[in-house]
Design a protein around this ligand. Structure first.
Ligand code: HPA
Length: 250
């Protein structure tokens, strides 16, 4: 397992129908991860995978035990991890159904435990100017393009949730330079960094962010409408990424 890339998958991804080969309930010093560490079959590879919200979608974004999730994977020898997250589109040109590989993030969350340090453990000041692994981002973007889809990039704005944003908040995020909005990239990305895990995100755009398009219905309606198209593309891209043709140690 040490030379494989893990996945942390989010909302809706049970619908990818990934075949679960093994499931290992795991305890960590930080409590239990959101789900057992699953081994799923993708393409020709077996991939360690955690369901970020729990297998029955039990955990809201602010309730997820991000530390336990990353720790459980790292303890299994995982050094590379792709987060799969749904997002809303803020940038013009980013459309529901698209896949995007964020290259930056802005953290608008509050009150989440965002470090393994402190509380008696050595304090860590993680280097985070580049919050995502450039090499892994490149691999994901190439796989998206190879599958014939536009490989979008941009800044991921991470909101606290679980409520959706106001139109004014999205306008502010647009002015800040955010291309997309989601609730789960942080603290996942920085915890991966603290553990030395190469981490990047393949985001699935499932709606226009709040207030961007009055003509397309509520966000809930949009997610119902667009999730399937995004997941279909994601399944194709994952098959391409995990086709056994590359070593995962970056
Ligand atoms: N906002 C926040 N998180 C999200 C959204 C959104 O519009 N869509 C999917 N996750």
């Amino acid at each position: 397992m040490s030379d494989t890339c893990a996945l942390i998958v989010g909302s809706g991804f049970e619908r990818l129908g990934l075949e679960v080969v093994t499931r290992s309930p795991t305890k960590t010093p930080y409590g239990e991860p959101s789900s057992p560490v699953l081994t799923v079959r993708i393409g020709t590879e077996r991939v360690a995978c955690i369901a970020r919200h729990g297998e029955g979608h039990a955990f809201a974004p602010h309730e997820i035990n991000y530390r336990a999730n990353l720790w459980a994977l790292q303890q299994r020898g995982i050094r590379t991890c792709i987060g799969v997250n749904t997002v809303g589109a803020i940038a013009d040109g980013l459309l529901p159904g698209d896949l995007a590989v964020p290259d930056q993030l802005i953290d608008y969350t509050s009150g989440r435990v965002a470090s393994f340090g402190g509380a008696g453990a050595p304090v860590v000041h993680a280097e985070f100017a580049e919050p995502f692994s450039p090499v892994l981002r490149g691999r994901i973007a190439v796989a998206i393009a190879d599958c014939g889809y536009p490989p979008h990039a941009g800044t991921y704005g991470v909101t606290q949730g679980p409520r959706l944003e106001t139109a004014a908040e999205i306008n502010r995020m647009h002015r800040d330079g955010c291309a997309m909005v989601g609730m789960t990239a942080m603290p996942e990305a920085v915890l991966a960094r603290e553990l030395g895990v190469d981490y990047a995100i393949c985001a699935v755009v499932v709606n226009y962010a709040a207030g961007r398009r009055a003509d397309v219905g509520s966000i809930d309606v949009q997610i119902h409408k667009f999730m399937a198209a995004g997941l279909e593309r994601l399944a194709t891209v994952l098959g391409r990424l995990f086709d056994g043709s590359r070593p995962w140690a970056l």
